[in-house]
Design a protein around this ligand. Structure first.
Ligand code: FES
Length: 128
């Protein structure tokens, strides 16, 4: 069996939503101290919905694919749903990750949570 699913390879080779949103409403940055990989997410939020999202990931193939898939999963979604996104859901949407690569998908979940925290700190009245 191939190490990575076709979906992981696709999202690694052609990551969706790569980049920076200069006037983002929320930014979340996380890193994994063990591997040193870093992930940053930028969100535009309007009326409690994620209207745009971009990411920068300096990391392994699984981290890039996880960020890309996570952005696809939450674009256009209400904050309530975004808060519930788990790394498992990201990995499943990628048709699985090898066990020892699951922690890479955790970065995607954490980066999004960090961005939401940033948003709720700026706009406490928006906390859902
Ligand atoms: Fe660091 Fe994948 S090895 S996030």
């Amino acid at each position: 069996m191939a190490l990575y699913s076709a979906k992981v390879m696709d999202h690694f080779r052609n990551p969706r939503n790569v980049g920076v949103i200069e006037d983002a409403d929320a930014v979340g940055e996380v890193g994994n101290v063990q591997c040193g990989d870093i992930m940053k997410m930028y969100l535009k939020i309007d009326d409690d919905v994620v209207t745009d999202i971009k990411f920068e990931t300096f990391g392994c193939a699984s981290a890039v694919a996880s960020s890309s898939m996570a952005t696809e999963l939450i674009k256009g979604k209400p904050l309530k749903e975004v808060m519930e996104l788990t790394n498992k859901a990201v990995a499943e949407a990628l048709d699985g990750l090898p066990d020892y690569k699951m922690h890479c998908s955790v970065l995607a979940e954490e980066a999004i949570q960090a961005a939401l925290e940033d948003y709720f700190k700026k706009y406490p009245e928006k906390r859902v």
